[in-house]
Design a protein around this ligand. Sequence first.
Ligand code: ZN
Length: 168
Amino acid sequence: MVLAVSVTGAVLPDLPSFVATSYFVGADFLWDGWSAMYSEEMLDAIYFTGPFGGAGSILHSAVPPGLLVILYGMLRLGRRDTRKIVLWFLLGWVGHTIADFLTHVDDARPLFWPITDWTWSSPVSYYNPRYYGREFWLAEHGLMLLTILWLLKGKVVGGTDRDTGGKL
Ligand SMILES: [Zn+2]
């Protein structure tokens, strides 16, 4: 459950671009990938301008989830949120904004919007081979593979705490 909510929080900032890609590109994206986004205007409309770009910028700012984490602490919501579901959702969200901050070169979004429009151009790109995009891809997918193996090992070898009724 904790994993599912943190993954949901981590996916949240990219939801507007997923919807925008479906709207502007449609099924062509499934076959042609990035090359289906054939114009600069289309990329801007998906990621930076209009309702999709605006929503994406809001959700890629660390300010909304950061304020919610502070509010969570101030209101002591952890007492009611005993499984820390809300906290893990917010941490997943913040984690996405930080990961994007560290891996965007010429397509960075303002991390502290609306306080400031300041952006930082990372030396590492999550996709561009001119900025270690290949190395990043290998590291990212290697970590994903290790995570999947670790999760599977927990299910196959160790069992889950459901097997023991939550008592270990
Ligand atoms: Zn993102």
